[in-house]
Every structure is written in C-alpha cells, then in structure tokens.
Design a protein around this ligand. Structure first.
Ligand code: SF4
Length: 267
C-alpha cells in the first residue's frame, strides 16, 4: 500500500534535523547495522515489543493497543500531525524531515508524504544513509528540498565491518546526486577510533572535494545515548565503552574540513 508505512517516532520542534523548526518523522527499518547506532530499535523493519526500549510517545498517532514500537500509519495520518505546526515552519523557515532508520527503504510511503508536503508548500528534508538503488533517488528527488546525507568510512573493508554493507552504492549515489543542482548537507558521525582516524578524515576530505553542491558539513560527535539500549534488546554493543573526543579534538577535526571552503557545523 503506497499510502501506508511503519514509523517508530515523530518528533516535534526539532532544531538539529535541517533548517528552522521542524517535525521529524522516523521511519522504521534500516539496511545498515552500524556499531554505534543510537536507535538500534529502528533497524528492524517490523514493529517489535516496546517494553524493551522504555520509549513512550504521548502522540495519539503513535499510540496503539499492542505494546509495540513501530506502528503502521497512513500518509494522511502523519500529515495531519505535521500540518498542525505549519505556522512554526513558516516563521522559522523550517519544515519536515524524514529520517529513521532509513526513509528510502519505504519509498512509496515516502513519496506519498513528499507529494503531500509539496502540495502544502512545506519544506522537505531527507536524512539518509544513501544505501538505496539510485532509481529511488530519481523517484523522490523532484519533491526533496534538502538532503542530509550520511557518510562514514572510506575504506570499504572497514565500512563493511562497522556497518554491515559496502560503501560503493552510498558513495556512488552521492556522486550522482551531487551533480544535480540540489542542496546537500553531508553528515559525518565522528566515532572515535573508527571514523575520526587521521587516514579516514584525510580520505573523507579528498572524497568531498570531488563533489559539487555540498552546502554544509555537519559533524556529529559521538555520544552514549544508544549504549544502554543494546542490553535491553539482548544485543552485544560491539563498539564497547569508548571515550568522547575533547572539544579541542573536535575543533581540530572541524578545522581540517574547513579547508574545503564549505561551512562546517557541529551538531
Ligand atoms: S544508518 Fe543510522 S539508523 Fe541505520 S544503523 Fe546506521 S546509525 Fe542506525
């Protein structure tokens, strides 16, 4: 059913998921399995028991009799929630962000939502890991105002080890997308010892320098939000206990990316 999909959260008044004040819709299901994932409950495409995650929502949209996280909803139901805050989007140049999980995994549901946003003149942002056939990007692209495009590790063997998939499709899609005249912000999770190594930062800078139309680079320093969740879902936290980077270290990395002449922010 193109007009129905599974989401696991909907966050209002979000200010880190694109410009202005936004509503962020979290799609369930992700083709990656990143060792540092903050939302491991987002990875499986189907709903799963809620008590494991101690995650509650006061939104009527997400309430259900079964004690599950992840709910099948219609595009219209999501839009009814989204449309309540149009006044905030208008005043702040904000809009809606489709995130996850991976929104491109439910392409028809995503397309239905994007079209409704376009009809209502609501700014749309897609937060994607980029792992989808390029044909999916072609399908949704006419209705997307901004991409938040995550890239992580340049060495493909390391990428496979830490995310479960090759980076070929992800990087290839970004190269193709960057040739269109679209707004793209690159997002990099600065996982200590994995993404923030000297070699990887150098290779990321080299890769980004070949791209066009990159408006901004968002650095996401590691935080421990997801650590406790792994135990609850009986999964090993493969990353283990790692330390945060210091502010000085993050500043040093940010300065390296600034040599590209692109705005760099820290989320
Ligand atoms: S791409 Fe994002 S949602 Fe998917 S596993 Fe990685 S961190 Fe989690």
């Amino acid at each position: 059913m193109p007009n129905t999909g599974i989401i696991f959260d909907l966050k209002k008044y979000a200010v880190h998921d694109g410009p202005g004040i936004r509503t962020t819709v979290f799609f369930k299901g992700c083709p990656l399995n990143c060792w540092w994932c903050h939302n491991p409950e987002s990875q499986k495409p189907e709903p799963e028991p809620r008590q494991k995650f101690n995650q509650k929502s006061n939104l009527k949209l997400l309430q259900q009799k079964e004690n599950l996280i992840g709910k099948k909803v219609t595009a219209r139901e999501v839009m009814e929630e989204v449309e309540k805050d149009i006044v905030f989007y208008d005043e702040s140049c904000g809009g809606v962000t489709f995130s996850g999980g991976e929104p491109l995994l439910q392409e028809n549901f995503l397309l239905a939502l994007l079209k409704e946003c376009r009809d209502k003149e609501i700014h749309t942002t897609i937060d994607t890991c980029g792992f989808a056939p390029y044909s999916v990007f072609e399908k949704i692209d006419p209705f997307v105002d901004l991409y938040l495009y995550d890239i992580k590790i340049c060495d493909d063997e390391l990428h496979k080890k830490y995310t479960g998939v090759s980076n070929n499709l992800i990087h290839g899609n970004l190269v193709r997308l960057s040739k269109l005249n679209k707004n793209i912000n690159i997002r990099i999770p600065l996982i200590p010892g994995v993404v923030d190594t000297e070699d990887n930062i150098t290779n990321l800078i080299r890769f980004i320098s070949t791209l066009k139309n990159i408006k901004q680079i968002d650095l996401l320093p590691y935080n421990k939000i997801g650590e406790g969740k792994y135990e609850k879902i009986n999964r090993k936290n493969l990353l283990g206990a790692i330390d945060f980077q210091s502010n000085l270290e993050i500043e040093r990395i940010a300065n390296k990316f600034k040599t590209l002449g692109i705005k760099v922010t820290r989320i």
